[in-house]
Design a protein around this ligand. Structure first.
Ligand code: FES
Ligand code: FES
Length: 156
């Protein structure tokens, strides 16, 4: 077992974990943060996307020990006081979601995209989200929502 210290959604955790434990399983099974789903477990779908030290990562392709000393933000950490971020509101208002599988990953990947490129084109949004799959092909509204959120500066 390996000792790790990791900050998740603003709370610092000290834990002993097996070196093979995936970050997504640590978040879900150890910390109970089930807002980050497992959609495929083969790094294809993007459902498990979280922010690790300022970059979005697929948490099924990262070991928990790799987050040692780091800071993780999950979709559950975006609105700690209950007030949705602009990006979350844009998804809600633009009907950019139909299920709880792809949406957390879409939000986290889009958040990273807008941080790097605050005013993307539709094409850039599609490219930025190409690692995230929506099985019901709701991409049109997802792209529209990200564009809607990008009209103003996005900080979260
Ligand atoms: S569960 Fe991680 S990419 Fe699908
Ligand atoms: S809305 Fe989640 S898979 Fe399509």
């Amino acid at each position: 077992m390996t000792h790790i210290t990791v900050k998740v959604d603003g709370t610092t955790y000290e834990d002993k974990v097996e070196p093979r434990l995936l970050l997504v399983h640590y978040l879900r099974d150890r910390l109970g943060l089930t807002g980050t789903p497992v959609g495929c477990d083969t790094s294809n779908c993007g459902a498990c996307t979280v922010d690790l030290d300022g970059t979005s990562v697929k948490s099924c392709s990262v070991l928990a020990v790799q987050a040692d000393g780091g800071e993780v933000t999950t979709v559950q950490g975006l609105a700690p006081d209950g007030e949705l971020t602009r990006l979350q509101r844009a998804f809600h208002e633009g009907h950019a979601l139909q299920c709880g599988y792809c949406t957390p990953g879409m939000i986290m990947a889009a958040r990273d995209l807008l941080r790097e490129n605050p005013h993307p084109t539709a094409e850039e949004v599609r490219l930025g989200l190409e690692g995230n799959l929506c099985r019901c092909t709701g991409y049109q509204n997802i792209v529209r929502a990200v564009l809607a959120a990008s009209e103003q500066e996005v900080t979260a």
